[in-house]
Design a protein around this ligand. Structure first.
Ligand code: FMN
Length: 441
């Protein structure tokens, strides 16, 4: 193996953790949903582990389906959180989702570049088009068609990058002796408009230490996502449930970058991983039962579809019978079904099968730190990932479990850096210099 190192990002959703019961754990402050000091501490913990970035997804907004019992999934306002974190950290990258459908390019360009300046060049913009009528309703509209969302996204990203480049790299003189503040010939309007968005500019913000924010895109591997990410993204926050699926996605994004005239190494594929780390498997499963067990009776119905056999919620404490196991077939509608059947065949009870996280929205490792490190090593060495974005089950102790348990193992194995190589997010993930739009695409 060469000395390629993996990139690691940490998911900071609502701040409690990725499992719905995180807020109820006795060691978690149930009111920390609104506490910015908690968010800052979590980012500092990830920085202690030398993680490359934190990732804050956003709808924007939208309330959890089960608000009676579950917190919303997002930070109160991702840009406010990152501003607080920027002032209390020094190296870790700060990546937030910003919708190309429910923003204007000028507003978004200004906020992200200001944050990039404030953080000394550590910002990434996860440019997505938003999905779902529940988000659109906050703006008084229906969600536009995919063609319109992605049509607008292409124009939007080009405009934002043009605005970022509209204050020339060397325009800011601020020479007190001569009295020249800036070179007017290097601060020019962009005068760009398309079918969906337009702006005159210029944007009055000088470059940060990395020039401008790094563009990310979070997506599955749909054609629209591929062509958008292939052109503009330096990193893809992805979702894949097996090594084979991840290799397929990674290859597709690399090919898309190549088709757009870029070097495929310029796009990093970063699939997700959810972790529950404990001293042994049994303790990890029990921890997940405490965190998500409430939903198990209704999840049995879904597991039944994944395995194609009748299952009864009254049998949560029984393993599948030999007849059920003989009949079970993984559903080809859901890529998680193969693993679900594998776990069922190991003889676990229904409750424990669900505790393995076979129906979660990312692959789940519930086990020891070594099991987490092994999973990451296997995917990384198979060429399925350039790194991972990790969602701890409960942030309060789950980030430290990663930093103190998994990171040293990855470092010993030569898979993860011992310290940050540089100061900016561009340095951390090896994204090439860019200021303004990329002339090649
Ligand atoms: C890992 C991952 C993270 C995502 N994060 C966000 C997010 O923060 N905000 C958002 O609105 N959509 C997010 N999405 C949704 C995608 O951007 C996209 O809308 C979705 O995959 C549906 O594709 P479509 O928009 O082409 O219909 C995410 C998707 C994936 C796979």
């Amino acid at each position: 193996m060469n000395n390629r190192k993996m990139i690691i990002g940490m998911h900071l959703g609502n701040g409690y953790g990725s499992l719905p019961g995180a807020w109820r754990m006795p060691w978690v402050d149930p009111a920390s949903y609104t506490d910015y000091d908690t968010r800052v501490r979590q980012a500092q913990a990830a920085e202690r582990g030398k993680f490359h970035f934190i990732f804050l997804p956003d709808g924007p907004s939208s309330v959890a389906a089960d608000i009676d019992f579950e917190p919303p999934g997002f930070n109160l306002d991702v840009m406010m959180t990152l501003a607080a974190v920027a002032r209390a950290t020094e190296r870790i990258g700060l990546v937030a989702t910003g919708s190309t459908t429910f923003n204007e390019p000028y507003n978004l360009a200004r906020q992200f570049k200001a944050l990039d300046v404030m953080s000394h060049g550590r910002v990434g913009w996860n440019a997505i088009t938003s999905a779902g009528d529940d988000v659109a309703a906050n703006y008084g509209v229906r969600i536009p068609s995919s063609a319109d969302r992605y049509g607008r996204a292409h124009e939007f990203i080009q405009l934002v990058q043009s605005l970022w480049g509209s204050w020339g790299k060397d325009a800011w003189v601020h020479d007190q002796a001569t009295g020249q503040f800036a070179r007017s010939d290097q601060v020019a309007p962009i005068n760009l408009g398309g079918k969906y968005v337009a702006s005159r500019g210029p944007l009055y913000i000088p470059p940060s230490e990395q020039g401008q924010p790094v563009v990310f895109h979070a997506a599955g591997a749909s054609n629209n996502a591929l062509s958008l990410a292939g052109r503009y993204a330096s990193a893809v926050i992805g979702a894949a449930f097996s090594i084979e699926e991840a290799i397929e996605h990674r290859t597709a994004f690399r090919n898309a970058a190549e088709s757009a005239g870029r070097n495929p190494d310029e796009i990093k594929f970063i699939p997700g991983l959810m972790t529950t780390i404990a001293a042994d498997k049994r303790s990890a499963l029990d921890r997940r039962i405490a965190l998500t067990g409430r939903s198990f009776p209704q999840r049995v119905a879904y597991l039944q579809q994944m395995l194609g056999v009748r299952l009864d919620p009254a049998d949560l404490d029984k393993p599948l019978s030999p007849q059920q196991l003989a009949q079970a077939r993984p559903s080809n509608q859901d890529p998680r079904s193969v693993r679900a059947l594998m776990v069922a065949r190991e003889g676990w009870t229904l409750r424990d099968i669900l505790a393995h996280g076979v129906i979660d929205y990312q692959p789940v490792i519930a086990g020891t730190a070594k099991e987490v490190a092994d999973h990451m090593q296997q995917w990384f060495e198979a060429g399925a990932a350039d790194g991972f974005w990790i969602s701890p089950d409960v942030n309060e102790d789950g980030i430290d479990a990663l930093v103190d348990g998994v990171v040293p193992l990855l470092q010993e194995r030569g898979l993860f850096h011992l310290d940050y190589e540089g100061k900016t997010l561009r340095d951390h993930i090896g994204a090439p210099d860019q200021y303004g739009i990329d002339g090649r695409v």
